[in-house]
Design a binder for this molecule. Structure first.
Ligand SMILES: NC(=O)c1ccc[n+]([C@@H]2O[C@H](COP(=O)([O-])OP(=O)(O)OC[C@H]3O[C@@H](n4cnc5c(N)ncnc54)[C@H](O)[C@@H]3O)[C@@H](O)[C@H]2O)c1
Length: 277
């Protein structure tokens, strides 16, 4: 979608981190913006801080894990702005733990938000974008954790591999309709993803506590320090806008991760070679 000005963007997880910077970048590109988020106060603050940036920035409280909540947020967007063109299914959460102690509640929470949340956004907005015929673009936030299994056995990695796969499938299906798809795969970005428990819905039970001396706790601490030193989320947003304009499927922000991806594909190719022998 070459021309963004005058169009409308919907961004989940828009109250903070990458989603907020996406909202800011869209507003700077003269788009109307609807920020959707589960965190009410942060959402109000985000909308306020962008009020003089773009033509019109609004907020809607939304839990992406709940299909009806996403449907309501979509309707609120049409009522406010008319047609929506860019949909960023970006809200996400991470939960730590080791192979033998990740609770089923944690699996459900992470998969419901990171995977089903993306699906709910696609299901709610695709019929609308197809019907208005003005073109559109979906941006689904995955992660480098969806490109290589570096995080090991984890609901986060599983959800992100699924988002990559779903985005590839969606892209093939909607390209003939003039609708683009990008899958965003960052590595560490300086956001509050390490404090995802702040948005854990009660239905998933309490946040399990980690034994501070466990290997899993050491991994969580390492991730927290790498997040602090991570990329500026505004740089991620800038890359996404370029990808929308140039209709790019894969959006990477950390070229230093190439080696890990190469290693994975080399192992896959070697296994294929063996099968062909
Ligand atoms: N920060 C990183 O290093 C990194 C790397 C790769 C991918 N990502 C992905 O980027 C996306 C954005 O995360 P971030 O890093 O900006 O984290 P963040 O915690 O700063 O922002 C996430 C936003 O999503 C919202 N949210 C959480 N649960 C929600 C729900 N159920 N419904 C609606 N909104 C909800 C939060 O309130 C928050 O505003 C996520 O999908 C994450 O997995 C982040």
């Amino acid at each position: 979608m070459r021309e963004l000005a005058g169009k409308t963007a919907f961004v989940t997880g828009g109250a903070g981190g990458i989603g907020f910077e996406l909202g800011r970048a869209f507003a700077q590109a003269r788009m109307n913006v609807m920020l959707a988020d589960i965190e009410t106060e942060a959402l109000a603050a985000a909308v306020k801080s962008l009020e003089n940036v773009g033509p019109d920035v609004r907020g809607v409280v939304c839990d992406v894990a709940d299909p009806e909540s996403v449907e309501r947020a979509a309707k609120a967007s049409y009522e406010t702005f008319g047609n929506v063109h860019v949909v960023c299914n970006n809200a996400g959460v991470a939960a730590g733990g080791g192979i033998d102690n990740i609770s089923l509640d944690n699996w459900r929470w992470v998969l419901d938000v990171n995977l089903m949340g993306v699906l709910h956004g696609i299901r709610s907005f695709l019929p609308h974008i197809r019907a208005h015929g003005e073109g559109g673009h979906f941006v689904n936030t995955a992660s480098m954790a969806g490109m290589q299994g570096g995080l090991g056995f984890s609901p986060y990695g599983a959800s992100k591999f699924a988002v990559v796969s779903m985005s590839e499938g969606l892209a093939a299906q909607v390209r003939p309709l003039g609708i683009g798809v990008s899958v965003l795969c960052p590595s560490f970005v300086r956001t509050r993803i390490g404090e995802s428990g702040r948005n854990r819905q009660q239905r998933y039970g309490p946040t399990p506590s980690l034994d501070p001396n466990s290997p899993a706790a050491a991994v969580v601490a390492e991730i927290a320090s790498r997040l602090q030193a991570g990329l500026d989320p505004a740089a991620v947003a800038a890359r996404v806008l370029d990808a929308i304009r140039d209709d790019e499927l894969y959006v990477f922000t950390h070229p230093n991760m190439r080696e890990e991806v190469d290693e994975r594909f080399a192992a896959i190719q070697a296994a294929m070679d063996k099968a062909g022998r």
